[in-house]
Design a protein around this ligand. Structure first.
Ligand code: ASP
Length: 331
């Protein structure tokens, strides 16, 4: 029997960001408005795209058009649904997402934790972005898009990754660590997954694997969730106190009750004595408390008797996403 080769495609979901931003002056890389140009136009303007695609087709959908500082659960809900629908199709090689840099790491972790493991371990989901608007004298978006397509077509690639400035980062580690430079992301002490060299990936580490076990069918819980569990982040600092946590525990009209708190602790999870007492009180009234660190590198190495759960190496913003997903089926 002759096996028919199904023509492959990459689906690109546009969500906005600086990559789709415009300024009135090409020399202005900061005074722009994000999320102005449609994803189809961004893709059409990348020189050399057809050569990198090598016969694979590119299909785009404008899923949202937002500055990612305003990223919402509604967009995440739509993203999780569309990405999993597309990944499940035989003719889809990969899903690529254009995204703002500000909250890219949260969306990357959200998808890593929410998408069905069987799909994630078979195909890549590639987030890409830009630090300069599309109207810039020297925009970084087109090269990032080209690199993201190259990653999407790399044999064996799978899992949620971010591509920026010629570097491939895993969803677990990626973190924005610069306010201005085009190379704005780091994978901390884990290091990047690889680098892009003329549309070829030089892989340094294995492609990311999905979480071994999901507590429940996360995609289903997300689809059903009208109201996401409220989880806030508090920080430890010199002169800290109980005031912020105590205020967060107070009921407010129209605001869902607090279900969880992530504390961006100092160093290896240390807490001001007053903040620690307030977190203990919060835990006693049923609020889940998770301890992460405000340090950019390293993880909280928990003592065996630690009274607060630790974030398993996740940064405070990613630990918040993990806690929301864990609490989701208990709403
Ligand atoms: N505020 C922009 C965003 O996150 C920044 C960027 O994309 O670089 O959408």
């Amino acid at each position: 029997m002759v096996s028919e080769k199904i023509p492959k495609k990459i689906v690109v979901l546009g969500t906005g960001g600086t990559i789709a931003g415009t300024a009135s002056n090409a020399a202005d890389n900061i005074g722009y408005i994000a999320a102005q140009v449609g994803v189809a136009q961004l893709l059409a303007e990348v020189p050399g795209m057809q050569a990198v695609l090598a016969g694979c087709s590119l299909v785009s959908e404008q899923l949202a058009q937002v500055d990612s500082k305003d990223m919402s659960f509604t967009v995440w809900q739509a993203l999780a649904q569309r990405v999993s629908q597309h990944l499940a199709l035989d003719d889809v090689q990969a899903v690529l997402i254009t995204h703002g840099t500000d909250t890219l790491e949260e969306t990357a972790y959200f998808l890593h934790a929410a998408l069905p493991p069987a799909l994630l371990n078979a195909k890549p989901v590639v987030l890409t972005c830009a630090m300069r608007p599309a109207s810039s004298l020297s925009p970084d978006g087109p090269q990032n898009l080209l690199d993201a397509v190259a990653v999407a077509l790399t044999p064996g690639a799978h899992g949620v990754v971010a591509v920026c400035a010629g570097t491939v980062h895993g969803a677990l580690e990626v973190q924005k660590n610069h306010t201005y430079k085009p190379d704005a992301f780091s994978s901390g002490d884990a290091g990047p997954l690889g680098y892009l060299e003329e549309a070829a990936v030089r892989l340094l580490r294995n492609w990311p694997l999905a979480l071994i076990e999901q507590a429940h069918d996360v995609i289903e819980s997300i689809a059903k969730s009208v109201q996401w569990p409220r989880v806030e982040i508090v920080m430890n600092y010199a002169g800290g106190s109980a005031a912020v946590v105590d205020a967060l525990l107070q009921p407010l009209p129209g605001v869902p009750p607090l279900r969880g708190l992530v504390v961006a602790a100092t160093g290896n999870g240390t807490l001001h004595i007053e903040l620690e007492a307030a977190l203990r009180r919060a835990q006693q009234v049923g609020v889940r408390v998770v301890r992460a660190t405000r340090c950019a590198n390293g993880r909280v190495l928990a003592a065996a008797h630690a009274e607060f759960a630790h974030s398993n190496g996740l940064s405070p913003v990613k630990a918040r996403v993990a806690l929301m997903l864990a609490l989701m089926d208990k709403c």
